[in-house]
Design a protein around this ligand. Sequence first.
Ligand SMILES: NC(=O)c1ccc[n+]([C@@H]2O[C@H](COP(=O)([O-])OP(=O)(O)OC[C@H]3O[C@@H](n4cnc5c(N)ncnc54)[C@H](OP(=O)(O)O)[C@@H]3O)[C@@H](O)[C@H]2O)c1
Length: 288
Amino acid sequence: MAPASTPHPAPDIPTLTLATGAAIPQLGFGTYKVTEKVVEVVSSALALGYRHIDTAQMYHNEAEVGQAWAGSGIAREDLFLTSKLDNPNHEPSAARRSFAQTLLDLRTDYVDLFLIHWPLPMHYGGDFVTTWKVLEEFLADGRARAIGVSNFEPHHLRRVLDHADITPMVNQVEAHPYLPNRAVHDFDAEHGILTEAWSPLARGRAASDPVLAEIGEAHGATASQVALRWALQRGDIVFPKSVTPARQAENLQVFSFELSADEVQRIDALNEGEKGRTGTHPDLMDRL
Ligand SMILES: NC(=O)c1ccc[n+]([C@@H]2O[C@H](COP(=O)([O-])OP(=O)(O)OC[C@H]3O[C@@H](n4cnc5c(N)ncnc54)[C@H](OP(=O)(O)O)[C@@H]3O)[C@@H](O)[C@H]2O)c1
């Protein structure tokens, strides 16, 4: 699969600053459900200019992500790599063992960000603080340059904040126009935690939304680009996934226009609350 030719050069992708002082590109490439031709798909994204890859132990594609990076010629310091601890690996020994494997698979000495994928309050005696303490070890020994959580509601985060030495630097949660997840976003912001919005295209639904399409017309942008722009303007980090090079290129072109306050308000009105959720509510996710 050759990278799509794009009429625009790869954009300069803005960065946000993690609590460590390190920069994180505000737009990256998601790899959930990238299970076929993974090396080609990720190589295409890298060739187009993506420099932030979001993977996870659960996605079973870390080795291919590592292979794509190794073949890209991109210097390690020019790539931001995130992975996540899988649900069966919360016990400290399993966390340590699986994290070592993640680094081997990704062919690197460190990840830029490592997250607890789900809080799993119904497993491990409801104790995700012990797991968090293991991530603090990875930060201390330098093998994770930053650490955070994913799918943590404010009540989960409060427990971590009460017992942790290190405040999670990132919280990666589902967020898009149909489920803005504003309470989580606001809680994160109050505590200096960056929010990463997963499924920023609502798994593709945004592409055919008439309101987003109409707003896009005024900017020469597609509905998907408008959804991404909305997330970026509220300060979230996004990593849309596409196995299609033309869409990978399209999703990068979101820095040359700005949504007005009125347009943002129209997008805010697409909020469907819980009905808009595409994934499992964090309190209910129990899959090991
Ligand atoms: N922490 C978590 O629990 C969690 C959960 C879910 C996702 N994530 C992360 O967030 C990333 C993004 O979420 P996601 O993959 O679930 O969904 P998404 O990025 O919101 O949407 C992906 C879907 O949209 C389609 N698409 C992409 N760009 C498009 C465009 N420009 N026009 C039309 N359709 C387009 C893709 O199709 P094609 O691929 O066929 O082109 C795919 O079907 C994941 O890959 C993963 O890294 C994390």
